[in-house]
Design a protein around this ligand. Structure first.
Ligand code: SF4
Ligand code: FES
Length: 255
């Protein structure tokens, strides 16, 4: 395949960025999108040019590192597929492909396609854990968890923290990510003692990070590579309102 690539290049957080055109031939339809970028980078380096910086780690759809807009869609055109699992057979010979970093004020560009997703880490640090003693593994397993509940908790826990939901949202909202992280703990018996404190801490940290508001565009759900449902956002909002009506204020959870 022969491709025309238009890629966002930016040397650093404060440097001006611009779209740069590249032509790449000899691309196999069997390689992944990231492998195609590896090919481009090999050629750029051979020509003495700086390679295109992008985040990646597992390349199997589980770590949440890979992150780029492909033709205006977070993770590209394949539903429920991270960009590392997107294969070039979904493109045609001669295609022009636009590649940009996540678009969100709360995720500033560090270099080329790499953005700073530390705001997600700070939302998790605010309360995305259980600090009550659950004992060693055998004791934890002795707490009965109904199967339907553990299935629902697993659905929410499937969020890989990639940030596509934020990048695609016209408001730059982080509600889908935050709601999934709150739900997978809040559904389980072990998550109940801190349920109110957790939702207040994580929602208020999300707001402090400068993410936008949710106005139900549902773009987040449409691009989420793990099929996380916006039903979790409704649950987060209910939990938050209930906690505030009980007078819960944000205090640090034990770490
Ligand atoms: S909710 Fe989906 S899109 Fe958002 S961070 Fe989690 S896995 Fe990524
Ligand atoms: S590189 Fe790990 S999910 Fe894509």
């Amino acid at each position: 395949m022969r491709l025309k690539l238009r890629i966002w290049r930016q040397a650093g957080p404060d440097a001006p960025g611009r779209l740069v055109d590249y032509e790449l031939d000899g691309v196999s339809p069997d390689v992944s999108f990231l492998e195609m970028l590896d090919m481009l980078n090999d050629r750029l380096e051979a020509a003495g040019e700086a390679p295109v910086a992008f985040d990646q780690d597992c390349r199997e759809g589980i770590c949440g590192s890979c992150s780029m807009m492909v033709d205006g869609e977070a993770h590209g055109p394949q539903a429920q597929t991270t960009v590392c699992q997107l294969h070039m057979r979904h493109f045609a010979d001669g295609d022009s492909i636009l590649v940009e970093p996540w678009r969100a004020r709360a995720f500033p560009v560090l270099r080329d396609l790499v953005v700073d997703r530390a705001p997600f880490d700070r939302i998790i640090a605010a309360g995305g854990y259980v600090s009550v003693a659950t004992g060693e593994a055998p004791e934890a397993n002795s707490i009965p968890v109904p199967k339907p509940l553990s299935d629902k908790a697993f659905e929410a826990a499937a969020c890989i923290g990639c940030g596509a939901c934020v990048a695609q949202c016209p408001n730059g909202a982080a509600h889908l990510f935050t709601a999934a992280k709150i739900a997978h703990l809040g559904l389980l018996p072990q998550g109940q003692p801190e349920r109110d404190l957790r939702v207040v801490a994580m929602v208020e940290q999300m707001e402090a990070e400068g993410f936008g508001s949710c106005s139900n565009f549902r773009e987040c759900e449409a691009v989420c590579p793990k099929g996380i449902s916006i039903d979790w956002i409704a649950r987060m909002n209910r939990d938050y309102v209930r906690a505030k009506l009980r007078g819960v204020e944000r205090v640090p959870l034990k770490q």
